[in-house]
Design a protein. Structure first.
Length: 152
């Protein structure tokens, strides 16, 4: 029960729990604060995390066909926190489904992907999972700073 994939699932779930805990008390105004358009809002970053997870896990690991066009994550939408949490939950449910079907011996399966830079990159399933964890942690830090800024 303590396989590498199982551990990655635990890490993903802990990371998401911590992220949602950090934003649970945001007002609608705080959620969409952009410093007069100079910064991405917390809402934008949360939506971006959902889109990135779809690429990194659903597409790379799960083989799902997704639109590789740049999503409009960084465009203003009047989403509520509940709207965003629902989107993150739906994305995570698909991630968990993919990982529940992933055998440990498939973690190192190689594939070539194109990142937003357009450059091809050789990666593994494990890279997709780990990069998703890293990406979420990075943006959680950014969200923490934005929350402090909007409340100062």
């Amino acid at each position: 029960m303590n396989s590498p994939v199982d551990r990655y699932v635990q890490y993903l779930e802990k990371s998401r729990k911590d992220l949602l805990e950090s934003v649970k008390d945001l007002t609608q105004e705080e959620l969409h604060f952009t410093a007069d358009g100079k910064l991405n809002s917390i809402a934008m970053l949360l939506n971006h995390l959902s889109t990135a997870e779809q690429f990194l896990v659903h597409h790379i690991v799960g083989g799902d066909e997704i639109s590789l066009e740049r999503a409009d994550d960084f465009t203003y939408h009047d989403d509520t926190l509940q709207d965003i949490k629902t989107r993150l939950h739906e994305t995570r449910e698909r991630t968990l489904q993919i990982l529940s079907d992933l055998a440990d011996d498939k973690l190192l399966d190689a594939k070539e992907v194109r990142l937003s830079s357009g450059s091809p990159l050789n990666v593994t399933n494990e890279w997709g999972i780990l990069h998703n964890l890293e990406h979420e942690a990075s943006h959680k830090g950014q969200i923490t700073v934005l929350k402090r800024l909007v409340r100062s």
